[in-house]
Design a protein around this ligand. Structure first.
Ligand SMILES: Cc1ncc(COP(=O)(O)O)c(C=O)c1O
Length: 653
């Protein structure tokens, strides 16, 4: 009878439920993502069981159509679902607080300006009367053309404004748009009055207030006295006086604040909204008879790590609590000051857009530090008279690895390895010895990790071995292009293999991108109580693709990206479900070609091709290439100018 080791008896088989738990899918996915019985991640755009899109199926189908990873996948019904959640949360809060005013969201398009996203928000927002927010002239030009439905919906115009910006707003007012320029600096008021006068329009005006309550989180500078935007309360009073002098006091319709993005602490929301509500109510009492919107800006967070805590990647409140807090604060200030309840406007962007898209990357290789083997003839090496002391010490440390001496061995190995490197740099160690020292050191580390993992409790000194020995998984994407916030502000995103979740992940890895920059990596991962330095992944199988999904990337990532190393936009594919719940491709936007990214930097693909052709011609004259070879080289160059900027499967034909 075979003897079953004690550990194996205790270890039960790995299930997809274990995978969901390991990657905390339910906590951060909020019902939008699930693991299928065959171990794939599926997206549920409306959180309905059975209405789901298997990501691996999509990736393989797209690859068959010539659209290989990296890919951004977008799920159209998700934004609609988020819009509905927002509406429902505020409807419940309005009912609970017997609030007399309405709720109205405007989508700040800077969060994700892709036409299809903005169109979807606008189209589906029509049932709820939701509008749009812009922060620049190009955004304004897109929106005033698009927003032409018979029942004008609110367009809020933030950001610094010049003469043309204001003129466009006034002309749009003339066209019948419900458009409100928010005064961020007093001289913008002069421009509004000038153009309104010229065009014979009664302007609708908003004002952004510089709140004393500081913002919170990474964008805390968006509020408070030092904020870039808004008027001090004294300036708000000056603005109102100027309007009154012209008999335009009823033109002030909206007061606005933006307490910062990704507010992780509900307290900040309470402080900012309370203060803004007081400003609103006081202005009404001063005679601002047209005031009817209280715009609380953006800031509603996204629980990227699923911990529901006051941590920058999380938030310690729910959408429902947020809605309730906003409505309650405004209602109580209005009751205290005896002014009618305004329409509450939110400019939530991140919370609407983050879930609806994700990035798929393929792993193209790995570097492992636990694969080193030491020579079998260590005894003979040790016996050689001229072997340097650090190498001998490393041999000793390697031999002494045991549970009892684990910590001591680790310290000895580190010290001897350092000494070996120093001696090499001083010229006292041969290249052969350096190579041997390297192998001995890493082999000792991986032996020690094995011992430490079997200990009932791992000594603190040895815990770092997990991250020291982590693999590097090389992933086909650019952090700078596709996850700029990961690089720039250490934003965490949930990352999960999109398949093989019916198998236990056996490796720990950090991820490196394809750029030639050591910053192009991800080595911080979400965790419920902490930040993890490694991601559990599966071993790579030769000849098989391995895909990772980076989730919740729908807000801010796509347009903030840059062209580092000339890696361009990835393919973007919009997906939806049809009546029979089968997924379908709604739209495909192919990623940049090499020729396109070169043209962004003023290279002319035709001119490059002509120069390359001339070089081929000269090579033929020198008889370095035959005519036929020159044709082939030129055809290859031309094809690559039209090719994807990322690594492509299968290489060139
Ligand atoms: C004025 C204004 N409104 C709305 C937003 C959107 O904020 P969020 O995406 O955090 O909801 C921003 C972003 O910072 C903003 O500056």
């Amino acid at each position: 009878m075979a003897i079953v080791p004690f550990r194996s008896v205790l270890e039960r088989a790995w299930t997809t439920a274990d995978a969901a738990e390991r990657y905390q899918l339910a906590a951060w996915g909020k019902g939008y993502f699930t693991v299928t019985p065959n171990g794939h991640i599926a997206v549920r755009p409306e959180k309905v069981e059975g209405q789901e899109i298997d990501l691996l199926e999509v990736v393989e189908e797209l690859r068959g159509r010539g659209l290989a990873a990296p890919l951004v996948l977008r799920f159209s019904n998700m934004v609609t679902h988020r819009l509905r959640d927002m509406r429902d949360a505020f409807a419940a809060a309005i009912a609970e607080n017997s609030y007399q005013g309405r709720y109205q969201a405007v989508y700040p398009i800077k969060v994700n300006q892709q036409r299809s996203v903005v169109e979807e928000v606008y189209r589906y927002g029509s049932d709820y009367g939701f509008g749009l927010e812009v922060g620049s002239k190009p955004e304004l030009l897109a929106v005033i053309a698009m927003a032409d439905d018979p029942h004008p919906r609110l367009i809020v115009c933030n950001g610094f404004k010049d003469d043309d910006y204001i003129k466009s707003v006034i002309l749009a007012t003339k066209l019948g748009r419900a458009i409100v320029p928010v005064v961020e600096k007093l001289d913008e008021l002069d421009l509004i009055l000038k153009h309104a006068d010229r065009e014979g329009v009664r302007p609708r005006i908003g004002v952004r207030v510089k709140l004393a309550s500081e913002g919170a989180g990474r964008w805390r500078g968006s509020a408070g006295a030092k904020s870039k935007f808004g008027l001090f309360v004294g300036e708000v009073l000056t603005l109102f006086e100027r309007l009154r002098e012209r008999g335009l006091e009823d033109c002030l319709e909206l007061v606005h604040c933006h307490p910062g993005s990704q507010l992780h602490n509900i307290r900040r929301v309470k402080d900012a909204i309370g203060e803004l509500a007081h400003v609103y109510a006081e202005l009404v009492k001063l005679g601002a008879s047209g005031l009817r919107y209280l715009d609380v800006g953006g800031g509603l967070g996204v629980d990227y790590d699923g911990s529901q805590t006051n941590f920058p990647s999380s938030m310690n409140y729910t959408l429902e609590e947020y809605a309730n807090e906003v409505v309650y604060r405004v209602a109580s200030v209005c009751a205290e000051k005896e002014v009618p309840h305004p329409t509450i406007v939110t400019e939530s962007g991140r919370a609407l857009a983050a879930y609806q898209s994700l990035l798929i990357v393929n792993v193209v290789g790995r570097s492992a530090l636990d694969g080193f083997e030491v020579p079998e003839d260590l005894d003979e090496i040790q016996a050689e008279a001229e072997v340097s002391q650090p190498v001998l010490d490393l041999i000793e440390a390697n031999r002494a690895v045991s549970e009892r001496r684990a910590v001591e061995c680790y310290h000895d190995a580190i010290q001897a390895h350092e000494q070996a490197l120093n001696l090499f740099n001083l010229g006292y160690l041969t290249l052969m010895e350096r190579g041997l020292a390297e192998r001995l050191f890493w082999k000792t580390c991986s032996d020690l990790r094995g011992v430490a993992r079997r200990m009932p409790s791992m000594p603190e000194e040895l815990q770092e071995l997990e991250s020291v020995l982590a693999d590097i998984y090389f992933c086909n994407f650019s952090v700078f292009q596709s996850l700029p916030d990961s690089w720039a502000i250490d934003q965490l995103f949930p990352i999960v293999p999109i398949h093989r979740l019916d198998q236990k992940p056996s490796r720990l890895a950090v991820l490196a991108d394809m750029t030639c920059d050591s910053d192009g990596k991800i080595d911080r991962f979400i965790h419920m109580r902490d930040i993890k330095m490694t991601l559990p992944v599966h071993d790579l199988v030769a000849g098989e693709d391995y895909y990772l999904g980076v989730f919740l990337t729908g807000a801010y990532q796509e347009t903030l990206g840059d062209l580092h190393n000339l890696f361009g936009d990835t393919h973007v594919v919009h997906l939806g479900l049809d009546e029979s719940n089968a997924w379908r491709i709604e739209e495909t936007v192919e990623g940049d070609t090499a020729g396109e990214v070169l043209s962004y930097l003023q290279y002319d693909a035709d001119a490059l091709l002509a120069r390359f052709e001339a070089s081929c011609g000269r090579a033929v004259q020198r008889e370095d290439l035959s005519e036929e070879e020159a044709e082939r080289v030129l055809a290859f160059y031309r094809a690559k100018l039209e090719g994807y900027t990322y690594l492509e499967p299968g290489g060139s034909s």
